[in-house]
Design a protein around this ligand. Structure first.
Ligand code: GDP
Length: 698
């Protein structure tokens, strides 16, 4: 049977990923914000293996302002899928149809999947007449719910019908149409079916298309003449003329097919939004919610599971059982130490935090799936805008609370390359799941009864982002107005257990997998370094190679309160994977009660400074590699890593030395460090600088 390629396009948040998963049985992450689908993914339909479904990044338009839009547009035009399914959010019809029209301009056969019909059914104030909508657009419209999997068979059957989805081009204002056809008449070198699309793009003065199309100087002059005439006629720029023409068309379609009963009836979502996005209440509510999430997962409920794993399973059962068996087999002492102290100790110290991590992702999953996190991006936009940043930058950061790598990749939704570079630099300030182990270790060991510690890590990250934004926007590398941020606010709905279970499971599986691979290898290497000297003799930890190496760098961290070889090597090993900060400490302290050893070595605020430094400093190599890929440039990568480490250092100095000041134990040189750090940060934030528009490091 010949294969059929069906492309899936739609606005971010229209439910594309949910539909893709439902039709193909894949398990891509579902998210409530744009940027979740950053790359193309393909899969075969569960019910018809000859149909290949190509998921394209979510976009609002096909103008090439962002990488998403380009990927989607190039796919439609160059790969020419046999069918396109356009996922349209029925609760946001006007806005979604804007993309639909552009897809129709590209001329590929189209079927509209009108999604979220379950939500629409509950909204008493609005009905969509699907037949009339289909008639107005001249394309098949199938009402579905991707989430509840309703009517998906009809959708697939319609997409499979040969010949279905052909339509006449949407016709715009006659004056626009005549300009378009005059331009199209110059494009004789192109197949007839494509001329209209190229003509519209030339009319819009789309620079990409201008560069692609070969025209004689005479043709160029004629086209320019047509465009300027239209611009005079409409007293508007040509690209706005097209935008308006599309919206006029949409208004006609809506008038024909949508019945609004009492536009003024406020839905439940609107009422909730009035409170949670309120100008004054939004941020305090967000702070309270995140405080509760971190407190519950890291310092209360999640801790019960972690304490049991740490104290009982990895602290007693496993090492005791292993020692027993290894003794019975008369295994060499060095191998026993490797297995018990290196592997069970090192990996166990990390895996012990799994319940806390799962609890955190469950809470974040609920917030995301019910629609609250989408509101936060919107609220953050309001805050960020004041500092000349775009709320778009916040979405990668939300994603980075799972892992920095997809977070950095999600910056691709940001059109302006300056804002995008800045977001790449700032995204990994967020606490990812690996850094949670450090947060949980410090909170649990030094501050078991202080509820502010774990949540404070999240707020320090946000503070670092906002302050960096203020500072960087003043430098000539990043100056410039922020990009506008448009985002759908989906109606609130109850989170779905399957979505939650999937997201928690994926995070947990990734965490355990990492513990079994990269962390396993790190633990073997670190155990070796922590138990042998230069002459390869087995020695106590404090005579080991690791101590020698750590002692070389340790003085750097004295102003931060943890200038000790163990915390130093832990920080360096954190570059391989942040979980190593915990595993390395465990191995470096050797057998015995880990918590007691930590408390005996570091003051609580030194522990907290360790947390702040490792939260903000250079991320792990995987994230640095992704930064390099996304910057496409080593110079920028070095710059970013240097900046992050610098910020981490200054903040950790301030945290530690300020605590010394408060306790009345500030030394002279400590005070010097504190003053210098405060002065540098104050200078970055307060000094006004001249704006330059051209980036120098481009
Ligand atoms: P994408 O950005 O277009 O890929 O959208 P997603 O598939 O990530 O969906 C965005 C949100 O809408 C998720 O929270 C989904 O659970 C939810 N969603 C998707 N389809 C439906 C639907 O048909 N009904 C309801 N109620 N929610 C849906």
């Amino acid at each position: 049977m010949p294969e059929l390629t069906v492309a899936l396009v739609g606005n971010p948040n229209s439910g594309k990923t949910t539909l893709f998963n439902a039709l193909t049985g894949a398990r891509l992450a579902v998210g409530n914000w744009p940027g979740v689908t950053v790359e193309r993914k393909a899969g075969r339909l569960k019910t018809a293996r000859d149909v290949i479904l190509q998921d394209l990044p979510g976009t609002y338009s096909l103008s090439p302002y962002s990488s998403e839009e380009l990927v989607t547009r190039d796919f439609l035009l160059q790969e020419r899928p046999e069918k396109v399914i356009n996922v349209v959010d029925a609760t946001n019809l006007e806005r979604n149809l804007y993309l639909t029209l552009q897809v129709m301009e590209a001329g590929r056969p189209l079927v509209i999947a009108l999604n979220m019909m379950d939500v629409l059914a509950k909204q008493q104030n609005r009905q969509i007449n699907l037949k009339k909508l289909g008639y107005a657009l001249q394309v098949p419209v199938i009402g579905i719910s991707a989430l509840r999997k309703t009517n998906l068979d009809t959708l697939v059957a319609t997409a499979q019908q040969p010949g279905a989805g052909q339509y006449p081009y949407p016709e715009y204002d006659p004056r626009v149409e005549s300009a378009i056809s005059m331009i199209a008449a110059q494009l004789t070198a192109y197949p007839e079916a494509d001329r209209r699309w190229y003509a519209i793009k030339l009319f819009e003065r789309d620079t990409q298309v201008q560069a692609q199309v070969t025209l004689t100087p005479q043709q160029q002059a004629d086209i320019e003449q047509t465009i300027t005439t239209a611009e005079h006629l409409f007293a508007d720029a040509s690209d706005s003329i097209i935008v308006n023409a599309r919206y006029d068309f949409i208004a006609r379609v809506i008038a024909m097919s949508v019945i609004d009963q009492g536009d003024f009836v406020e839905s439940v979502s609107d009422r909730i939004d009035r409170v949670v996005t309120n100008r004054w209440l939004a941020l305090p509510i967000f702070a309270a919610v995140m405080w509760a999430v971190y407190y519950v997962s890291i310092q209360t409920v999640g801790t019960l599971g972690s304490d049991w794993l740490n104290d009982t399973v990895f602290g007693a059962w496993l090492p005791d059982a292993a020692t027993h068996v290894l003794n019975a087999w008369a295994v060499a002492p060095w191998l026993q130490s490797l297995i018990v102290d290196g592997l069970i100790g090192g990996i166990g110290a990390i895996l012990g935090f799994l319940p806390q991590i799962m609890m955190l992702f469950l809470c974040l999953g609920v917030l995301e799936d019910c629609g609250y996190m989408a509101r936060i991006a919107f609220v953050m936009d309001r805050l960020f805008h004041r500092f000349n940043l775009s709320g778009k930058a916040f979405i990668p950061m939300l994603i980075a609370t799972g892992c920095g790598v997809p977070g950095i990749m999600a910056t691709r939704t940001i059109e302006s390359s300056r804002d995008r570079r800045m977001s790449i630099m700032l995204t990994t300030f967020m606490p990812c799941s690996a850094k949670l182990t450090v947060i949980a270790l410090v909170a649990g060991t030094f501050f078991p009864h202080q509820s502010w510690v774990a949540p404070s890590a999240y707020f320090i990250s946000i503070l670092a982002v906002v302050c960096s934004g203020i500072y960087l926007k003043k430098t000539r590398l990043f100056a410039g107005p922020p990009a506008p941020f448009v985002m759908e606010l989906p109606a609130y709905h109850l989170p779905k257990a399957a979505n939650l279970a999937r997201s928690v499971w994926q995070r947990a599986a990734a965490f355990v997998h990492k513990a079994g691979t990269i962390i396993f290898l790190s633990c073997v290497a670190l155990w070796f370094l922590a138990n042998f000297n230069w002459r390869l003799q087995m020695v106590p930890q404090n005579q080991s190679l690791l101590r020698t190496l750590g002692s070389l760098l340790a003085p750097l961290f004295i102003p931060l309160g943890f200038g000790d070889w163990r915390a130093t090597v832990a920080t360096v090993a954190g570059l391989i994977a942040k979980e190593n900060c915990v595993g390395t400490m465990r191995i470096a302290f050797g057998p015995g009660n880990f918590g007691d050893a930590l408390r005996a070595t570091y003051a609580p605020m030194a522990g907290y400074a360790f947390l702040v430094f490792n939260l903000l400093c250079a991320p792990c190599f995987a994230s640095i590699g992704t930064m390099y890929k996304e910057f496409g440039d080593g110079k920028w990568t070095w710059y970013a890593v240097g900046y992050q480490t610098g910020v981490a250092y200054l903040l950790a100095v301030i945290v530690y030395q300020a605590s010394q000041l408060i306790a009345g134990t500030l030394t002279l040189w400590g005070g010097g460090f504190l003053l210098v750090a405060l002065a540098l940060i104050g200078y970055g934030l307060l000094v006004k600088r001249e704006r330059h528009d051209a980036p120098v490091l481009a």
